[in-house]
Design a protein around this ligand. Structure first.
Ligand SMILES: Nc1ncnc2c1ncn2[C@@H]1O[C@H](COP(=O)(O)OP(=O)(O)OP(=O)(O)O)[C@@H](O)[C@H]1O
Length: 324
């Protein structure tokens, strides 16, 4: 199958889901989900609380089975048995770790479960995995004393040991400090560059924007958007923009007199005494900028108040929530 972006396809999709449904009693957690993830892609999953993200990730990890629809992972159909599909690693609801063991011994125990416990190769792999997630210095500390972010990084190291071809992570940024965020992003980018597909859920739009080529947004168990980030941003035509100019009064007047622009706030806002916030489609914003320049008003800053991804997310999911 040819990629819509013209990229060379490398074997079957990492994930091909069609019409996936999953109920818990009367609750419809997933209501006909379609999802395509190519190999080597970092794919984000976003959605409000209770949208169905964890349920979907659990299906990919073989922690539960769908009620309906078809799911293929790395080219193989997923059956009804509860087992992690070959080549898949990851975790939902935090990684399963032994608190009384050190980080290194946790990884050793996991390698041992897969029959590689004593080999020198396993030891080198463990050192490498700890290094990749930035836990070398605490490798011999007990996990009991680890913070949430350190546990998340150790869970990621455990997943790396299996050399996954599909990595599935639920909220991997939870509890991470800036250094931890940098390590985790680096690991995911290297995995993707080597052909591993990564699917991660996140409530943090900055994470998704920094990492993902494509995102799927779910709301009440349905896909409301799936595709490249740029397409999502383009679909959301009107955004709020913050402008900082050399003459706030003149800027406000010019904005008020420009077709398609509405002034949301001006003067002393939390963005500064001389800021102006306007709601506008891009074309109207372009014309405001030309008018400012024409009137000799210097434009010192111009930026969306919330990122295009966040704005699109809110627009798509608020509409769904209202319809409930
Ligand atoms: N084991 C379960 N038993 C009963 N209901 C469940 C179970 N797991 C999930 N649900 C319900 O299914 C729906 C989807 O839940 P899910 O945890 O997948 O959402 P989510 O998008 O991951 O939410 P969050 O962002 O809050 O983690 C919710 O209504 C939830 O209450």
């Amino acid at each position: 199958m040819g990629g819509s972006d013209g990229r060379q396809d490398d074997g079957p999709l990492a994930i091909r889901a069609r019409g996936i449904t999953k109920c818990f009693g009367d609750v419809v957690a997933l209501d006909g989900i379609d999802l395509d993830v190519t190999r080597g892609q970092i794919h984000g999953l976003a959605g409000p609380n209770g949208a169905g993200k964890t349920t979907l990730l659990g299906l990919l990890l073989g922690l539960s089975v769908a009620d309906g629809g078809s799911l293929e992972i790395l080219g193989a159909p997923v059956g009804r048995a509860l087992a992690a599909p070959d080549g898949v690693a990851g975790f939902v609801d935090g990684p399963g770790l032994y608190p009384s063991l050190t980080a290194r011994r946790n990884l050793g125990a996991l390698a041992g479960l897969r029959g590689r416990g004593r080999s020198a190769a396993a030891g080198a792999d463990i050192d490498d995995a700890l290094d990749q997630v930035g836990l070398t210095e605490v490798a011999d500390d007990k996990v009991r004393g680890f913070s949430l972010g350190m546990r998340q990084r150790l869970g990621l190291a455990a997943a790396l040991l299996t050399r996954p071809r599909l990595l599935v992570l639920d909220e991997p940024s939870n509890g991470l400090d800036p250094a931890g965020t940098r390590h985790v992003r680096g690991v995911l980018e290297r995995l993707a560059a080597s052909g591993t597909a990564v699917v991660l859920s996140s409530h943090r739009m900055d994470d998704l924007e920094a990492l993902c080529e494509e995102v799927t947004i779910v709301a009440t168990g349905r896909v409301v958007f799936s595709g490249p980030l740029a397409k999502l941003a383009a679909e959301n035509r009107e955004l709020d923009y913050r402008l900082l100019t050399s003459d706030a009064c003149a800027a406000r007047e010019l904005a008020g007199g420009t077709d398609g622009i509405s002034v949301v706030s001006s003067g002393a806002t939390r963005y500064g005494a001389d800021s102006l916030v306007v709601r506008a489609p891009v074309a109207a914003l372009d014309s405001l900028v030309s008018r400012l320049v024409g009137a000799g008003v210097a434009l010192r800053e111009l930026a969306p108040v919330v990122s295009p991804l966040e704005a699109a997310f809110l627009a798509l999911t608020e509409h769904k929530e209202d319809a409930r």
